[in-house]
Design a protein around this ligand. Structure first.
Ligand code: SF4
Length: 250
């Protein structure tokens, strides 16, 4: 279950955009080197590899986005836009370079685990500098934020990392990279209570979803709904059914 292939990205034939191809077909097409889209086989292979990374427990990333998306993209087969995944892949490229030049005492891309109310959570902060009590997370963006603080979901993500890791942390930074420059945004440190509020609100919903297949409610105000959701069509289809069910019992 999860991502099983791509929506064909041939630029010249619009109707092909709705053609679904398996990873194998997509890579084989790019390997001919006469594919019409602009993705090369190594780029596609790297994107597939990135998506197949094994994760155990509920992840901080899953908690930081739309819970319904986290559940549906785990439980259902879906096909993603290559362009959309490329954005995440570009972020990964930046991480690889940054990781290579990190300070010697830094901890880069290590997965940590912790339980809350018997539910296992995992997460992989980009960089931890234990001596400086600092966590840094890098984000590629179309445009770095105009303001000096991170987006709300990124603030939540780094605070959950601070809660997760076995180090004392008193500074959190989200570092945005766009095509023109870099911007370091300091995130406020949340109190233990604020973090627990997030965990208590979100964790049982996602845990129940994974264990008992109870689909989390739709949240169409979520930033992911705005062009960043790979399971939008599955979500809408379920939503229509949910509405019909609700109407039939009322
Ligand atoms: S369409 Fe919106 S509400 Fe539905 S799963 Fe995607 S992000 Fe969540």
């Amino acid at each position: 279950m999860g991502l099983v292939g791509f929506k064909c990205s041939k630029a010249s034939r619009k109707h092909d955009r709705e053609r679904f191809v398996s990873f194998k077909e997509c890579i084989a097409c790019a390997e001919t080197t006469i594919n019409e889209c602009h993705f090369t086989a190594p780029i596609i292979k790297a994107m597939v590899q990135r998506e197949k990374e094994e994760r155990e427990g509920i992840t901080v990333t899953q908690l930081s986005g739309c819970l319904r998306e986290s559940y549906l993209s785990y439980k259902y087969d879906y096909y993603a836009d290559l362009e959309q995944l490329y954005f995440a892949f570009r972020g990964e490229l930046a991480h690889l370079i940054i990781e290579r030049y990190q300070e010697e005492d830094s901890i880069a891309e290590q997965r940590f685990y912790r339980e809350y109310n018997g539910i296992r959570i995992s997460g992989k902060p980009d960089i931890i500098l234990p001596a400086k009590k600092l966590i840094r997370d890098y984000k590629t963006a179309k445009e770095v934020p105009r303001f000096s603080y991170p987006f709300r979901n990124h603030t939540q993500q780094v605070n959950l990392y601070a809660w997760l890791v076995p180090y004392e942390i008193d500074r959190l930074q989200v570092i945005y990279l766009d095509m023109k420059g870099v911007k370091i945004c300091d995130a406020p440190i949340w109190s233990k209570r604020e973090i627990e509020e997030v965990l208590e609100k979100k964790l049982p919903v996602l845990d129940k979803a994974f264990k008992d297949n109870i689909v989390p409610p739709a949240d169409f105000e979520n930033w992911q709904c705005n062009g960043w959701c790979n399971v939008k069509s599955i979500c809408r289809e379920l939503y229509e059914k949910e509405l019909i069910e609700r109407l039939s019992v009322s």
